[in-house]
Design a protein around this ligand. Structure first.
Ligand code: SF4
Ligand code: SF4
Length: 436
């Protein structure tokens, strides 16, 4: 695509990057067919190609973001399905991240929207605050139907909050220093939402990695990876979070580290991009690239290590939902399925497996209508598989699909841990005992 960025504008590294991305687009439109928002609404402006045109016009002419442009960029899930489809190698992720930051810096949203976005950015990345907010949300849940108009995101937050009590924090913490570790040390990203909503994922991961021969540790000083704030256009906050994590993980890398293991694939996609995010920061660029090079989704680590011997568990049919951040963001297509099969499960894939479930970070809060349509569609596709359990690889997808399917959704590590000697995951324990 031809671009006409004024040379002075190209002195800005983000502008230069976006100009390069846009030039790669040959406007073939292949990406439209696999874009969830285009599939739902059929509006070209809600397709990758349409958004690229809108972003190009906004950036190239340094326009103030119009309400219409903001609407179509806000509707993008950042699912990156378009990047998988694109034959021309357009890095839509970097382009839309820049567009979101540009909008955040120059566009004044209505007061209620602004307040909700500030609130979400101040709560979600912090486990203690999130835990307190979810407790409050449980009490306020009956108010959700009363919240309409610009308060719909608040209603969505209440509906997505767990209806029952929050689980107790995981008791099984990684062991430190005592067990032999033939495969070396790994650091397990602690995450923000996952340990609050599903602490058993961390516990299962630690057990599984230790069974594979790794010593599992946490990094002191680590915090939320910054993906949530990045997707909200809060680029400064996202870069600060990345810098703090680079500091924390470099201390571990210097002490000898095999990998930074990540169980929430949305975080994995973001951490793997730290090198790009901090490329212009002389104090961090090299170290951020080293950190990014060591970031691994849990499925990559398990595939490389090989699963421990199988335990005697019943053969179950697993409906596997591949998170967008796994299949499009990290291009890990067959690994998680292969692991499940190697552990003895029958894996069933849903129709339209490439389409987003509508979770997409904070998307199901700020775009509840589209997220709801995608969630319902995904839940129906998974239900048609007539499986014993649904599994995925990202906490956001698990929450979204559980909400729409009305059925438990496990992380694949919970199944793999069970299949190699760990405890039976709670939702399966209830079901298996009920069938005896
Ligand atoms: S598939 Fe790639 S090159 Fe074609 S329109 Fe979409 S982004 Fe542009
Ligand atoms: S990231 Fe997803 S929603 Fe956004 S343009 Fe690409 S395919 Fe469409």
């Amino acid at each position: 695509m031809q671009t006409n960025f004024p040379p002075a504008l190209l002195a800005d590294a983000d502008m230069a990057s976006s100009a390069g991305v846009i030039r790669k687009c040959v406007h073939c439109g292949f990406c439209t067919a696999t874009c969830p928002t285009y599939v739902l609404g059929g509006n070209e402006l809600d397709s990758p190609r349409g958004r690229i045109y809108l972003i190009k016009d906004m950036l190239e002419n340094e326009r103030a973001p119009s309400a219409d442009v903001v609407k179509h960029i806000d509707r993008c899930l950042s699912c990156l399905s378009c990047m998988t489809t694109c034959p021309s190698g357009v890095n839509y992720m970097h382009l839309v991240d820049h567009a979101r930051a540009y909008i955040e810096a120059r566009h004044r949203r209505p007061p209620m929207e602004r307040a909700l976005r500030t609130l979400v950015a101040a709560i979600l990345p912090y486990p203690a605050r999130l835990r307190a907010a979810l407790r409050a949300a449980r009490l306020a849940r009956p108010l959700a139907p009363l919240l309409k108009g610009r308060l719909r995101p608040a209603a969505a937050m209440l509906k997505l909050a767990p209806a029952g009590p929050l689980p107790a924090p995981a008791r099984a913490e990684p062991r430190r220093g005592d067990a032999p570790a033939p495969r070396g040390r790994v650091v397990l990203l602690q995450g923000c939402a996952e340990p609050v909503l599903r602490p058993e994922i961390r516990a299962a991961t630690a057990r599984l990695l230790e069974r594979c021969g790794y010593r599992v540790e946490f990094a002191k000083g680590e915090e939320c990876c910054g993906a949530l704030t990045a997707h909200m256009g809060k680029a400064g906050a996202a870069r600060q979070a990345a810098r703090r994590n680079v500091d924390a993980w470099m201390r571990e890398i210097e002490a000898g580290l095999e990998a930074i293991v990540i169980t929430a694939s949305g975080c994995g996609t973001h951490v793997k991009d730290y090198g790009f995010l901090l490329r212009d920061d002389p104090a961090y660029a090299d170290r951020a690239a080293r950190v990014a090079a060591l970031a691994r989704d849990i499925s990559e680590v398990l595939e490389a290590a090989g699963l421990p011997p199988r335990a005697d568990i019943p053969p179950l049919r697993v409906a596997y939902h591949p998170p967008c951040s796994i299949q499009h963001g990290q291009k890990l297509v067959s690994g998680p399925q292969n692991l499940l099969r190697a552990a003895g499960f029958e894996v069933r894939m849903p129709a339209e497996a490439h389409l987003c479930c509508g979770s997409a970070g904070t998307y199901n809060i700020f775009q509840p209508q589209i997220a709801g349509e995608l969630g319902t569609r995904k839940a129906a596709a998974l239900a048609r598989l007539n499986a014993d359990i649904i599994a995925t690889g990202n906490i956001g997808c698990a929450v979204q699909i559980e909400h729409h399917a009305g059925a438990p959704v496990l992380h694949i590590v919970e199944l793999l841990d069970w299949a190699t000697g760990g405890p039976v995951p709670l939702p399966l324990a209830d079901r298996l005992s009920g069938t005896r």
